[in-house]
Design a protein around this ligand. Sequence first.
Ligand code: 5GP
Ligand code: ZN
Length: 114
Amino acid sequence: MEDCIFCKIINGDIPSYKVYEDEVVYAFLDISQATPGHTLVVPKHHVKDIFAYDADLAAQVFARLPKIARAIKASNPKIVGMNILNNNGKAAYQSVFHSHIHLLPRYADDKFSM
Ligand code: 5GP
Ligand code: ZN
């Protein structure tokens, strides 16, 4: 998609800090870290939101989350938990319309609240 910021990140046209990549997903640090290590996992295939996934793509993307979550957790011994969030539609606070899954590392003393 021409005007999609996350497609541009996947293609390397906009810089990002890569956390993980394979043939299905690209994972990178959120530009605005809600907690340290806040990562976005995006399907490489442009899909707008959860309503636009087919079951096969959903299975492929979601199957990768445990591995990526473990890698983030292993990167910092202070990470003691993780929220996994996915906003769909403006009313649900989606601001970038290329579907993405937030992996939010949690720390014993962090101040993040939903
Ligand atoms: P949403 O509100 O759609 O669930 O989340 C969009 C997320 O994308 C936000 O947390 C925002 O900080 C992040 N974001 C927006 N633009 C960029 C960008 O250019 N680079 C990176 N790394 N993250 C971005
Ligand atoms: Zn896109």
